[in-house]
Write a protein that binds this ligand. Structure first.
Ligand code: GDD
Length: 403
C-alpha cells in the first residue's frame, strides 16, 4: 500500500505569494479553476493501491475543512488535513505525523510540495524507485543555469541515476539539474529523520554548557525539532546509495509568485485538454461566448454570448462577463463583474472587483501581472495600461486595490 503526503506549509510561508494569499491560504488559490492542492491530489489518484492522502500544514484547520471533505467524497479516497501546532520544517512536519502515516503499514510514502506545478509522473516514478532499491527517489528537472540557484541543485550518476551530490540553493553554480519537490520514500525515511533529530538535540545540549559566544549561536540556530528535508536529509545522504533521481521531461514549475500562478493555470488548462477535456469550455459564439484555446468557466459564472474569451482564461464562481468583453491570459476570481466591452489581458482580477464598461486592464506579460482586488474601475473614464508602470507604481495599485 501507498500513502501520499502533501506539504502545504502555513501562513508564515508563501509570503511572496501575497496579496493573493491574504484572502485564501495559498494551497487553495485556484489554478485552472481548481485549488492549487487539487492538482497534486488528482495526480495521486493514479497511484496503484493508494490508501490515504494527508495534507500536513500549520494553516487553521477550518480553512481546509470544506475542501478536504468534498474532495474525499469526490475521489472516494480518504483525504485528511493534519495540523502542526508550529512549523517543524519539511521533514520535521512529516515526522510529527509518522504514527498516522504508518497506520496503513505503507510500503511507500509519496511526498509532494504543494507549490509545484507538474504533470506529477507518480506511477512511473514509483516503478523506477522499486528498481533502484534505495530509500528515496527524487523527481528532478533541468532548468537554465541562471535560474538553478532558486532550487536544490544536484548531481546524479548518468548510468545508475544515483544522487551523488546535493546542495540547497547554492551561491555558486553546481548543476542545472534541480530538485522538483516530489519524492517517493520507503518508511526508512522516518529513521533518517530520527537520526538527525537526535544529533540536533545532542548538539543543543552541548551548547547549553558552554560560553556566551556559543549561547549566541544557539539562539540563532533553528529549534532542535525543526528538520528540513533538503539540507538536513538529502545533502548528507547523497552518495550513499540511498537516494536516486527520476527526471521529468514534461512540464514543471515552482509557484512562488502571483505571476507564476497565471502561467501555471495555463499549464494545467492545457493538461486538461489531455486528461479532463470536459472541464474546458467550448463555445459556439451564438448561445455561448467565443472561446479561443484553453478556457475554464465555473458553472455558476454568467458569460455573455458576444464576449470573446481565451486563450488561458479561468473564470471562477459567480463572475459576470458582459457583452463584447475580451479576456486573454487571465484569472477572474469569485464575484467579479466585467462590464460591456472591457478588455482584461495578462491579469488576475481579485474577488468582488468590478471592471467598468470600455475599461482596459493589461499588464506586460514578461514584467508584472496586474492584480486587482475589490477594485472598482468606473465606466470608460478609467482605462489603464500597466505596461509602463514601475514596480513602485504597481505596488501602489495593488495596495489601493486591497483597501
Ligand atoms: N507542514 C509543513 N511544515 N510544511 C512545510 C514546512 C513546515 O514547517 N516548511 C515548508 N513546508 C512546505 C512548503 O509549504 C512547501 O510545500 C515545501 O514544504 C517546501 O518548502 P520549503 O522548505 O520552503 O522549500 P522551497 O519551496 O523553498 O524549496 C523546496 O522545493 C523546491 C522545489 O519547488 C526545496 O526542496 C528545493 O530544493 C526545491 O527545488
Amino acid at each position: 500500500r501507498v500513502v501520499a503526503v502533501i506539504m502545504v506549509g502555513g501562513p508564515t510561508k508563501g509570503t511572496r505569494f501575497r496579496p493573493l494569499s491574504l484572502n485564501v491560504p495559498k494551497p487553495l488559490f485556484p489554478l485552472a479553476g481548481q485549488p492549487m492542492v487539487h492538482h497534486p491530489i488528482s495526480a495521486c489518484r493514479r497511484i496503484p493501491n493508494l490508501a490515504q492522502i494527508y495534507l500536513i500544514g500549520f494553516h487553521e484547520e477550518r480553512e481546509f475543512k470544506l475542501y478536504v471533505s468534498s474532495i474525499s467524497n469526490e475521489l472516494r479516497i480518504p483525504v485528511r488535513y493534519l495540523r502542526e501546532d508550529k512549523p517543524h520544517g519539511s521533514a520535521g512536519g512529516l515526522y510529527s505525523f509518522r504514527d498516522y502515516i504508518m497506520e496503513d503499514s505503507p510500503s511507500h510514502i509519496v511526498l509532494l510540495n504543494c507549490d509545484v506545478c507538474s504533470s506529477f509522473p507518480l506511477p512511473d516514478m514509483l516503478e523506477a524507485h522499486k528498481k533502484y532499491g534505495g530509500m528515496g527517489t527524487l523527481l528532478v528537472n533541468k532548468v537554465s543555469a541562471e535560474s538553478a540557484n532558486q532550487f536544490g541543485e544536484l548531481v546524479a550518476d548518468p548510468e545508475t541515476n544515483e544522487l551523488l551530490h546535493y546542495t540547497e540553493k547554492p551561491e555558486t553554480f553546481v548543476s542545472d539539474l534541480i530538485n522538483c519537490g516530489v519524492y517517493i520514500f520507503t518508511p526508512n525515511i522516518f529513521s533518517a529523520i530520527e537520526d538527525v533529530l537526535k544529533q540536533k538535540k545532542d548538539r543543543a545540549n552541548l551548547r547549553r554548557v558552554s560560553s556566551f559566544e556559543a549561547l549566541q549561536s544557539a539562539t540563532k540556530a533553528l529549534p532542535a525539532d525543526f528538520v528540513r528535508l533538503d539540507q538536513d536529509i538529502l545533502s548528507p545522504l547523497a552518495g550513499k546509495k540511498e537516494l536516486y533521481t527520476y527526471q521529468t521531461l514534461d512540464f514543471w514549475e515552482q509557484i512562488k509568485t502571483p505571476g507564476m500562478s497565471l502561467r501555471c493555470s495555463g499549464l494545467y488548462l492545457s493538461q486538461f485538454r489531455r486528461t479532463s477535456p470536459h472541464l474546458l469550455a467550448s463555445g459556439d459564439g451564438i448561445r455561448t461566448a467565443t472561446i479561443v484555446g484553453d478556457v475554464y468557466i465555473h458553472p455558476s459564472a454568467k458569460v455573455h454570448p458576444t464576449s470573446k474569451i481565451g486563450p488561458n482564461v479561468s473564470i471562477s464562481a459567480n463572475a459576470r462577463v458582459g457583452a463584447g468583453a475580451r479576456l486573454i491570459n487571465c484569472i477572474i476570481l469569485d464575484d467579479v463583474e466585467i462590464m460591456e466591452n472591457a478588455v482584461v489581458i495578462h491579469s488576475i482580477v481579485g474577488w468582488k472587483s468590478s471592471i467598468g464598461k470600455w475599461s482596459r486592464v493589461q499588464a506586460s506579460f514578461s514584467l508584472y501581472h496586474s492584480f486587482l482586488s475589490s477594485f472598482k474601475f468606473n465606466e470608460s473614464s478609467f482605462s489603464i495600461n500597466l505596461n509602463n508602470f514601475t514596480l513602485e507604481q504597481f505596488v501602489k495599485i495593488t495596495s489601493v486595490g486591497l483597501m
